[in-house]
Design a protein around this ligand. Sequence first.
Ligand SMILES: C[S@@+](CC[C@H](N)C(=O)[O-])C[C@H]1O[C@@H](n2cnc3c(N)ncnc32)[C@H](O)[C@@H]1O
Length: 275
Amino acid sequence: MKEKLARNISIYRKERGLTQEELGQILGLSFQAVSKWENAQTMPDISLLPQLSRTLEVSVDKLLGYASQNRPITIYEEEYRTQDYYWGTEPNKVCYQVLQIMPPTKRLKLLDIGCGEGKDAVFFARNGYDVTAFDVSDAGIEKTKKLADQTGVHVNVFKADIVDYRLDAHFDVIFSSGVLHYIKPEFREEIIENYKRFTHPNGLHIFNVFVNKPFIAPPPEKEPNAFKWHSGELLTHYYDWLIQDSAEVVFDCNSSGIPHKHAMTTMIAQKVTST
Ligand SMILES: C[S@@+](CC[C@H](N)C(=O)[O-])C[C@H]1O[C@@H](n2cnc3c(N)ncnc32)[C@H](O)[C@@H]1O
């Protein structure tokens, strides 16, 4: 918990545009005290938590690294509560490319970030990968478990918020489709670095991210915590990996019942290490 608290203080302080000195001043402390919290050397006194959470405009729960229990964080929570599979049960096309590039001829650990109702995670498990998946939606997690059970495979699925969650174990394949826009631009470098660091040599990242295009109207769903990527931005994080594939596609979407279009960058990058 100490590490999570340390990271969250740093993240939310920067998000509020405060320096360590300014936060210290508000709380009647030195900047060194704040710096020690952020380096996980010490923890704030419990009596300071209410003022700290007010100043950083974040609940104590969230500051301590627990996803907020009272705020529906995704618009999909309601959609996933029905019997039907909102995104269907057929895997994304790019999953077949993963099979081709890195078939599970040995035990390969795969992570699906923002797995939704589990169509891709279950596809990978069915094809022999050792799959871990998370999403912020309780209903999505339940649906993923149900789909895995029905298919007779196991997916290690849990609830986590992409904004707070960091990897501390290595994967061979990290996959995410239509989710990374929930990371604010200023946190992308740090989060992608964490994903890259916890990828085994020769491992793959397969990411689909929504991108802004001037000729595409904003989607009908209003999501205050979504921030589309710039065209080309994703690749800038992978200058030191081998780009196996990259494309930008525009596709029709009917989610929410209103026909609209999205632009998406798809990228497959490989962590090639020197021989
Ligand atoms: C467009 S859907 C994609 C779902 C799935 N990857 C798929 O392709 O079927 C976006 C997903 O991101 C999840 N999500 C939204 N905000 C999130 C967050 N902060 N952390 C983790 N997942 C989040 C939603 O619950 C939803 O399942």
